[in-house]
Design a protein around this ligand. Structure first.
Ligand code: COA
Length: 169
């Protein structure tokens, strides 16, 4: 399978925060943001693999900054690393200042998707070649995150998590 670049499958979704999508403080409801991130990440994973994809895990979500009603929110999802059948997707969330148009980073998240066939069985995906410095940093740290996610899900013995162990030795 031919290697692809993260820019080949990037998904950028821009939308408003409407009244039905907020919490009692009039900020974007966390579950709504999770859904927007899931949608953008699944599109990036689908573009990369050209397969049906399913969310295998949500590895990290940081709600660093509240997103007020009426904000223009941009969710940017990019494949950070691929393994055999799984893809790590990094999601950056930006809000746009109404007057200046300047974008501020509000949140980020990391999701894992798996490409599957019509029966739901995992299938191989093309490898990814990071290009920018940030893409390379995220690529390098992805194996560690995968091992942590598998250990926490009870799918990997901590003794086999070599990348994680290397952090503490
Ligand atoms: C995700 C799913 C396809 C994995 O199936 P499985 O039988 O565990 O298959 P495998 O053990 O072969 O794992 C497939 C890949 O997923 C990865 N994976 C599985 N669970 C993971 C987790 N918690 N974190 C990170 N990666 C995970 C495996 O490491 C493997 O990756 P690799 O092939 O790139 O090395 C299966 O669990 C599933 O269909 N889950 C439901 C998905 C769904 O409905 N999502 C919507 C949310 S409700």
């Amino acid at each position: 399978m031919q290697a692809k670049y993260p820019s080949d499958s990037i998904c950028i979704m821009t939308d408003l925060v409407l009244p039905g999508e907020t919490n009692p403080l009039n900020n974007l409801f966390g579950g709504e943001l999770l859904a927007r991130m899931d949608r953008a990440a699944s599109i990036a994973a689908r573009r990369h693999s050209r397969r049906i994809v399913v969310t295998a895990s949500v590895n990290h979500v940081a709600f660093n900054r509240a997103i007020p009603l009426g904000s223009v929110v941009t969710v940017e999802a990019k494949i950070s690393r691929t393994f055999k059948t799984s893809m790590e997707v990094f999601i950056d969330v930006w809000i746009e200042d109404r007057e200046s148009g300047i974008r501020h980073k509000a949140n980020e998240a990391i999701y894992t998707f798996v490409a599957v066939d019509e029966t739901g069985r995992p299938v191989e995906v093309p490898i990814i070649e990071p290009q920018t410095e940030l893409e390379k940093q995220r690529y390098d740290a992805a194996l560690r995150r995968k091992q942590l996610s598998l250990v926490l899900a009870g799918k990997m013995n901590p003794h086999e998590a070599t990348e994680l162990k290397a952090l503490f030795l």
